[in-house]
Design a binder for this molecule. Structure first.
Ligand SMILES: CC(C)(COP(=O)(O)OP(=O)(O)OC[C@H]1O[C@@H](n2cnc3c(N)ncnc32)[C@H](O)[C@@H]1OP(=O)(O)O)[C@@H](O)C(=O)NCCC(=O)NCCS
Length: 195
């Protein structure tokens, strides 16, 4: 039984749902793109079994806990456009790590922000997290902009933590606390809030 099957999350334009075995082909299309893996330590996928392995890992996460992985799909067509997940749960300290990627055809439309806003809301409420962490390549400007829009704060850097396509790459480490999230929600609902 898949005891940790994540709750489906819906937004204005998206449905975040658990992965199924039928998702391998669209998932493969996302990660076989050099642009998508530009800042990842692994290369672009070349075999469908790599997509199947990511789905199996998601299924194991639904069964055993420890990984909460969502397929990001367009609400109107059902097209799978990306993934996002929480992992590295440390229950005693109520923290975990965030990961995400969108197919490059869907960048620049606010879909990642919309998906992660729903996922983070879920993490701070239903999953009772207090702190969510993200580790990104400092050259990944789109990812940094996304995290900062969501309220993450950069907390430090770690030099040469990764080898990205043969090149030493640093980590920019970000954290989002529940209290930042609540403050952001309050400032957005205040009548004096800008934007
Ligand atoms: C990181 C990543 C998800 C960011 O995607 P993105 O499309 O830039 O992010 P968003 O969905 O929040 O879209 C924001 C952009 O859409 C624009 N946009 C258009 N319509 C919008 C809307 N309705 N709402 C919000 N933003 C909108 C914004 O102006 C913004 O553009 P800008 O980045 O030029 O300022 C994407 O670059 C990616 O998948 N990269 C590869 C994987 C990766 O690096 N993952 C992170 C490493 S762990």
């Amino acid at each position: 039984m898949l005891e940790n099957l994540p709750t489906v999350l819906t937004t204005a334009r998206l449905t975040l749902r658990p992965f199924t075995e039928g998702d391998a082909a669209p998932l493969f299309r996302i990660f076989s793109d050099d642009e998508v893996v530009r800042f990842w330590s692994a290369g672009a996928w070349t075999e469908i079994v790599q997509a199947e392995a990511m789905i199996e890992e998601a299924m194991a996460g639904y069964q055993e806990g420890g990984l909460c992985r969502y397929a990001i799909t367009l609400a109107d067509t059902g097209e799978l456009i990306g993934i996002c997940n929480l992992r590295g749960f440390f229950e005693q300290n109520r923290r975990c790590e965030l990961g995400y990627a969108l197919g490059s055809a869907h960048w620049g439309r606010g879909y990642a922000f919309e998906a992660l806003e729903a996922l983070l809301g879920h993490a701070f409420s239903a999953l009772d997290m207090n702190r969510i962490e993200a580790d990104i390549d400092p050259r990944n400007d789109a990812s940094a902009r996304l995290l900062e829009r969501l309220g993450f704060r950069q907390e430090g850097t770690m030099p040469e933590r990764w080898i990205v396509h043969g090149e030493k790459a640093d980590t920019a480490f970000y954290g989002l606390l529940k209290r930042y999230w609540d403050e952001r929600a309050l400032s957005r609902s205040s009548p004096d809030a800008a934007g």
